[in-house]
Write a protein that binds this ligand. Sequence first.
Ligand code: SIN
Ligand code: MN
Length: 266
Amino acid sequence: MHLAQAQLEAFDKDGYLFLPECFSAEEVACLRAEAAVILNTQRKEVWREKSGAPRTAFAAHTYNEAFRLLAADPRLIEPVQELFGEPVYMHQFKINAKAAFDGEVWQWHQDYGTWARDDGMPEPRAMNISVFLDEVLAINGPLMLIPKSHRHGTLAAGHDIETTSYPLWTLDHATVARLAEEGGIVAPTGRPGAVLMFHGNLVHGSAGNITPYPRTIVYLTLCAVSNFIRKPTRPEWIAHRDFSPIEPIAADALMGYARGGRVAAE
Ligand code: SIN
Ligand code: MN
């Protein structure tokens, strides 16, 4: 998938791009079924909220065939590769559940703040590209973004290890208020199969989900190969050490898998 000039300009200006209807209903149904199995599994890569509900499943692309295919899908790899002008590798891969009733907050943060401080990533030449597996609504904890905030570089942050089960370098209220005054706050919503990509320095967060509607989103964190992490402190399954360039697979590989009968997640 290639981005048009107008999309590249919008990304540069606002720091994100929302692309509705990138994955078909069949592909998403397959991924959602696999995600449900994975999120119910007891394994170290699946983190839970304080309530016990699943929060994040890391590295599913290393042990699940449907997510292995997603992790090399050209619709996700090519736009990021083109933006960085070089091949990319998988820095992190996560399925965020934001479970019905129990999904908790993600505090305001910049992803690159964590990649730089915890993983020793030299530059913000990595970014998240995500796929909605459920419908993302205004009411079920959509990701909120502060447009244009990526232009402010890497901001001072505090290490929050208490608010949720996931340690995060978070921004203070004054910083968020100042940035929101300039860029406002948007919350892209849409059908399963939509894709959202955003700059590593774009400020974002999400509120808790108290609705009966889950909000599962898969995030691929793709990093320019030359920008590989130098000083990792987190486990390999959170911040990967395999810096090999991702070779995009055939555009219909996931569809073929979804149609051909699936292998249940291990
Ligand atoms: C993230 O910022 O990494 C995840 C936020 C979310 O899924 O709501
Ligand atoms: Mn984030």
